[in-house]
Design a protein around this ligand. Structure first.
Ligand SMILES: Cc1cccc(-c2n[nH]cc2-c2ccc(F)c(-c3ccc(S(=O)(=O)CCO)cc3)c2)n1
Length: 239
């Protein structure tokens, strides 16, 4: 397709997330804020001009689903309202290609902060392992990345526009290794990395925002992965 305005930015942002995912360096600069079963959620405390912009990183391992399935349901704008509990509305403003579109969504108000909204491109991409290194990682990735404006975006609303750079990066493990023919869901496990840099914009008490993040991210990851398990359990496996 003819290169659209964000073609270059999308490739750069995705490449950056892939580079990070391969390293998965959870060193002591990351603070564990939630540890439940296979799910571990970490944060770094960071502020920009007095605003909380804590980077968040979560790792999770879920049996019975693939990275393609997790990314498909995370990316698909048609189902977002079904699993994203903090959304009041979500719409697609534009399609750049069949795997890339622009979304505008309004999040529910969280007392005492002002209501937030987000405008971002979202792309789903399969990043196969390097040909020569057949043992290299094979990723499915979705990236949601804010854009400053779009001609179809509702004019100045009362909401505060969040700035975000979010990635869902997944690998699928098949055990024991089998020929594609007879793999069942008992043989597959998805290893998830979720990276979220969300600047909620505007002012909100740091303590309130950190409490919201600490509560909302684990809830969202549990609810979303359960949604994918429910949606896929009786369907053929998407590899
Ligand atoms: C899951 C979660 C974590 C932390 C805060 C909240 C939340 N509660 N009330 C308002 C928000 C809120 C404000 C601004 C945002 F950009 C996002 C936001 C969060 C996640 C994503 S995403 O890309 O991971 C999933 C798509 O919505 C996008 C925006 C969420 N929800």
């Amino acid at each position: 397709s003819p290169k659209h305005k964000y073609y270059k930015e999308i490739n750069e942002v995705i490449a950056e997330h892939i580079k990070y995912a391969a390293k998965l360096d959870i060193d002591n600069t990351w603070e564990l804020i939630h540890d439940e079963g296979e799910m571990k959620v970490f944060k770094r405390e960071m502020e920009e001009d007095g605003m909380v912009v804590d980077p968040l990183k979560a790792v999770h391992t879920v049996k019975g689903i693939t990275g393609h399935e997790v990314c498909h349901y995370f990316w698909n704008p048609d189902v977002r309202m079904e699993w994203e509990g903090t959304l009041e509305s979500a719409q697609v403003l534009d399609w750049f290609s069949e795997d890339t579109c622009v979304c505008y969504q309004i999040h529910k108000k969280v007392w005492p902060t002002t209501q937030r909204e987000a405008l971002f491109w979202t792309q789903i991409r399969h990043v196969p392992n390097e040909d020569e290194d057949e043992d290299g990682p094979d990723y499915w990735i979705v990236c949601n990345y804010s854009i400053p404006d779009h001609d179809k975006c509702p004019e100045k609303t009362k909401n505060i526009r969040a700035i975000m750079n979010v990635a869902m990066i997944c690998e699928t493990v098949v055990e024991p290794p089998q020929s594609d023919r007879n793999i069942t869901r008992e043989n597959i496990t998805c290893k998830i990395q979720y990276h979220a840099n969300v600047n909620p914009g505007g002012w909100a008490p740091a303590s309130v925002l950190r409490a919201v993040y600490k509560r909302e991210y684990p809830k969202f990851l549990k609810r979303f992965t359960q949604y994918v398990m429910d949606q896929t359990k009786d369907k053929p496996i998407m590899f």
